[in-house]
Design a protein around this ligand. Sequence first.
Ligand SMILES: NC(=O)c1ccc[n+]([C@@H]2O[C@H](COP(=O)([O-])OP(=O)(O)OC[C@H]3O[C@@H](n4cnc5c(N)ncnc54)[C@H](O)[C@@H]3O)[C@@H](O)[C@H]2O)c1
Length: 390
Amino acid sequence: MKIGVLGCGSMGSGIAQVAATAGHEVILFDNNKDALKRASQKLQKILNRLVEKGRIDDATAKAIFGRIYMVNNMKAYKDCGLIIEAIIENLEIKKSVFQKLEKIVSDDCILASNTSSLSIASIAAACEKSDRVIGIHFFNPAPLMKLVEIIPAVQTANEVLEKSKNLIDNWGKLTVVTKDTPGFIVNRVARPFYGEALRILEEGIADAPTIDWAMTEIAGFRMGPFTLMDYIGNDINYTVTETVFKAFYNDPRYKPAFTQKRLAEAGYLGRKSGKGFYDYSESAQNPAPKKNKRLGKSIVNRIILMLINEAADALFWQIASKEDIDIAMTKGVNYPKGLLQWADEIGISKCVKGLDNLYKEYGEDRYRCSPLLRRMAKQGKTFYKKKKRV
Ligand SMILES: NC(=O)c1ccc[n+]([C@@H]2O[C@H](COP(=O)([O-])OP(=O)(O)OC[C@H]3O[C@@H](n4cnc5c(N)ncnc54)[C@H](O)[C@@H]3O)[C@@H](O)[C@H]2O)c1
């Protein structure tokens, strides 16, 4: 099957590489000629590096590159069986592009969007054949990140869901199916990792290096929240939080932090601008973490409880299965453990108690415990069956 990829920025070029590596001919279009040239050079470089590292041989690299056709006319999509759109995150522009696509492709061509934050239903609604539209959400960088969220809209035909899932599974990815709700799984469930860390900072409980130390050394995350926010970019990370917050009708659980907003406004975007929560200049002397075990454990406890609550609530609202929620967080953002598995290990009653304590202390809806956790605690249930001891 010929695959079309629309937009050749960070995501589009990565997705094209994945599809071509899986053996497909790929039609890659962008309305910016310079972007196409840059993407071609970047792809060539990436493939050369893979050859140097011995991951693939020269002939394979050439074959992958040879299967990607960079085009400057959308008509080249005519024979594609699937088109994945990865252009600018703007609903009106995406809608008009999907309408143009429908005039070019055959009736059975699946039209997918890689959007991180827009509703698939609204994109599908712009199409005449809305049941062929679906969300296929890759993570950055697409060739390296194993997880792909598959998002059927209310209009999507079951057959389109099955076909898309099978295809992406065959590309060596791990797919999870999620409801078409803001942030899907990962960008929703991960919010407290940043939000609660920012809250702890704003309350003056600990500084960024101490929170990062606690979350890496004690909790086992690969990167602390502030290092990660600086890595993602404070502008981007703030926008995702704000988008999710607004999309959930200003639910205080997702409330963005002024601290991060001000950093973004000041241009302290993180690594890419040389300064964010940390200073990345050569002469920089960032403060050392205060390695106080008790403080560290209380930081970890609070952030993990909020993450567990978010994961449990996503299950409560049937956004995805418990297995898919745990896979999404371990494979999509490299969490050391699935959050629902983590809840079992801590003990559901203990999680409820911890959340209720936060709620009592602050009196804020932000800390309300998910009804699912409360119900499970009452019934003495766990998310997974306990492993038998041998
Ligand atoms: N960057 C990420 O981490 C990430 C992760 C997952 C999903 N996404 C989503 O993927 C999409 C693309 O993101 P990105 O980071 O690759 O963006 P990007 O800015 O790197 O690339 C977008 C590309 O689309 C092209 N483009 C814009 N309008 C177009 C049009 N009308 N027709 C054809 N080409 C057009 C641009 O020239 C550009 O090359 C967005 O919807 C974003 O939300 C991004």
